[in-house]
Each structure stands twice: as structure tokens, then as C-alpha cells.
Write a protein that binds this ligand. Sequence first.
Ligand SMILES: *[C@@H]1O[C@H](CO)[C@@H](O)[C@H](O)[C@H]1NC(C)=O
Ligand SMILES: *[C@@H]1O[C@H](CO)[C@@H](O)[C@H](O)[C@H]1NC(C)=O
Ligand SMILES: *[C@@H]1O[C@H](CO)[C@@H](O)[C@H](O)[C@H]1NC(C)=O
Ligand SMILES: *[C@@H]1O[C@H](CO)[C@@H](O)[C@H](O)[C@H]1NC(C)=O
Length: 444
Amino acid sequence: MMDVKLIFTGFLIFIIKVQGQFDPIAFTLGQDSNVDIQNGANDTKIPFTVVITNHRQANLNSGVFTCTEEGMYKFQVYSLTWSNTNLFLELYVNSKLVASLQGHTPGDYAAAGNAVILPLKSGDAVKVMSRSQYASNIFGTPDQIYTTFTGVQLGSLELGAEFSTTLSAFSVSLTQQQDVPGGKPVLYNNVLVDVNGAYNVTTGVYTVPSSGLYIFHFFSLALRNKDVWQELYHNNQYVCSIYERTDQDSAGAGNTVLLHLKRKDQISIRAHQNHSLYGATNQIYSTFTGAQLVTDADMRSGQEPVIAFSVGLSHHATVADHYKVIFDRVFIDLQHAYDQKTGEFIVPVSGLYEFSYHALGKRNGTIWLELFHNYRYVNSLYSHTPGHFATGGNAAVLELDAGDVIYVNARGNVDLFGVFNRIYCTFTGYLLNAVDNIEIIGKK
Ligand SMILES: *[C@@H]1O[C@H](CO)[C@@H](O)[C@H](O)[C@H]1NC(C)=O
Ligand SMILES: *[C@@H]1O[C@H](CO)[C@@H](O)[C@H](O)[C@H]1NC(C)=O
Ligand SMILES: *[C@@H]1O[C@H](CO)[C@@H](O)[C@H](O)[C@H]1NC(C)=O
Ligand SMILES: *[C@@H]1O[C@H](CO)[C@@H](O)[C@H](O)[C@H]1NC(C)=O
């Protein structure tokens, strides 16, 4: 198929235009220098000094994403503090706070992240700010990018638009403190968006409205000196976890997974044991977000390539400096593009992809991982919590050519935590859109 496409380029472009494949706006910004925000400072924007990807010329002036095309958008934000300092970041749409990040670990650097889906109108501005009046000290250098801001358009909401989305998407959060009994779902009280009314605020359960591929992100923050320990369940089957605890402060953690689900399947985030989550209307750390990427009907039609993988680590692994993390638990790998021997995702079709990766270290261990595109460094996660288990994550949108390899590399010797029913370390990626063929021909 690819050979035919490449040979008959002119013809193919014509066909694509006729078919009108949806080409999403998508970007990843990074911060490659320190940002020091003083105590008492008013809202300060994170400048985002590096454009890692900007697909379809997203309007990203001064690190603020301004929507130029109405639609449903998914955002991920990750960051890292300096040692012993604090991180208080907030994601805003216009003047409305939608998600918060907090990090602080006595004695070391602390990571934080969050993700939401938002319906945006043209002119809406989405930005990452430091929390008003709070000091934030963000760590970054040119070859160590921990602080990132990623956005992808999931579909158009324009009335009568060719691609008005019928795909499911939801994003819910906790704007109040909650004690969650062990084994029970977190009851997110605040609904940011729920396209099909598929998330039930009474039960905390998302019921899949139509079969297809779904991506989920979940993040949480515990009360001071408490564990955050949650698990994503698919019906009554365990999928993956988040965990963290730190001394003298609140601990946060997050994860991402992509699953093939059937209509009426149920997804929930359950507490592993009794625990207490922090939340307030002006501090929104705990979120649960999901989006249908493609329907089964679309997958069967075969009109567009569907590529997705999501893998986890189900055993403890020590990964030596500059070696790749090899994930063994396959949640999904549609085109067998993830090589379980080498840890590489080998790009089957040129296009625009989104990746997320998360990790948990062994007790008192340091985790330091980097995402690579061939030999090109993309971004990192780092964390160490003295005496405890440390966690972190990151994400990126990348424009890739068929045959490119994407992988997660260790820096220093990294002891990753994993057990068959305790999966914290994950690596997920999927094709947003096969890239238009002009660019591929231009590059070859
Ligand atoms: C923060 O804003 C307040 C009210 O707008 C102002 O009085 C104060 O000077 C500002 N502080 C700083 C550090 O800019
Ligand atoms: C967990 O919380 C429930 C009440 O929600 C309580 O009955 C139970 O004793 C608690 N379990 C533990 C181990 O603390
Ligand atoms: C949510 O779940 C409860 C309990 O199963 C049910 O009674 C209620 O009707 C559901 N709400 C919606 C909106 O479906
Ligand atoms: C954690 O590891 C460091 C060395 O990396 C060691 O000095 C320290 O004692 C350890 N702390 C605990 C609580 O195990």
C-alpha cells in the first residue's frame, strides 16, 4: 500500500483532499531553562522556550495556545521542581482554572503532571501559569526538558463541519477533598466535559458508549503525608496503577493507558486502600480523562491506518545507563509495531503521533528516563523521593517518518517498580493522522 501511495503522489493528494482526512492541530512545547517564580508573585506564565512540535501552525505566541478552530482538545502538562523547592502550576482556559499541578519533595526534585479535555471555541486561550502568590522553581536545561505542554485536537465541534466529532470524550475532576474507601471508585464531582453523558457522577464509572480505541489519563494528589494509590479498572479487571508518597507534603501521581473497549464496558479509577485526596475549587489535582480515538466501525472500514500501542512493566527491572526500557505487558499493539525484545516502537506509517510515558521507582530509587526519536532527544522524566517510591511522567506529539524508532531510555541506573498486578511504568503512543504526502516526498 505504501509503495503505491508514494509512487502516485499527485493522485493520492487528490484522493486525500476528496476524502478530507481530519488533520488535527497538535503541539508540544518544552521549557529548557530554569524558571524561578518568587513567593508573592502574581500569575506568571511559563514561557516555554522550545517548540518540540507545532503541527498545522498552532497559535502558540508566548507559550499560550490560542484556539483558531473550534473543537475538542486534549492537553497534558508535566513539570519538575528544583531540589527542596515547590512547584505550583495551573492550566487555564481563558480566566478559568481547569487543572493544577503540585510538586515538593524534601531533599530532592519532585515531578508533577495533569491532563484534561476541553471543548474550545475560536479565540479561547489555554495557558500554563504559576499559582498566584506561590513560589515555583522549575528545573530545566537544554538537554533536560521536564516541563512540557502538549495539546491535540480530537475533532471539530463546528456545527455542520465535515469532521464534527461523534467520538466520545470526557474529563472530570475533584474540586473538593474526598476520602475514598479501598476498592471503591473515586467520585469525581466536577464534569469539565462529557460528550455522551457517559460518566456517572454518582458511581464514578465511565460506561463506554461505542466500541473502539480509547485513551485514558488519570492524576491524583493525596493529603499531606498520605499515600496516593489508585488503580484503573476495566470492568472488574485490573489494568494499571499510580502510587506516591512523600514526607511532609502531598504526593501526586499519574498514568496513561490506551485500550480497545466494547460498548457498555466500564472504566473506573479505584482506591487501592482507604485514602484521602486533596481538592478544592481553586486546586484541582485529581482528574480522570478519556477519549475515543477511533470507532470499531472506522477500524473495520480500513480507510485510514489505525496505529496504537500501550505497554507496561509487570516486573521489577533495573535498566542500565543509556539502555532502553523494555515493557513486557501489552495492553494493545495494533500493528505489532512495539518490539518487546528491543523496547522500540517502529513507526509503521508516516504521520503525527502522540506519546505518553510514566514510571515508578523502587523504594528510595531514582527514576530518570528520556524519550528518544531515533537518536534525537525529546524530553525526560526524573524523580527521587528519599525513603519512598518516586514517580513521574511526560508526553510529546511528534511528526514521524515510517521506519523511525521511538523509545524510552534510562539515564543512570534506574530501578523500575513493577509486579504483574501493580503496573506503574507505561509507554503509550498512537497515530493522530497519517501525514500528508507532500511532506514525506519532500523529506525523502
Ligand atoms: C500583585 O497584584 C496586586 C493586585 O493587583 C498588586 O497590588 C501587587 O503589587 C502585585 N504583586 C506583584 C509582586 O507584582
Ligand atoms: C476503611 O474505611 C472504612 C470506612 O469507609 C472503614 O470501615 C475501614 O475500617 C477502613 N479500613 C482501614 C484498613 O482503615
Ligand atoms: C448513575 O448510576 C446510578 C446507580 O447505578 C443510577 O441510579 C443512575 O441512574 C445513573 N445516572 C445516570 C445519569 O445514568
Ligand atoms: C536513600 O539512598 C541514599 C543513597 O542514595 C542513602 O544515603 C539514604 O540513606 C537512603 N535513605 C533511606 C531512607 O533508605
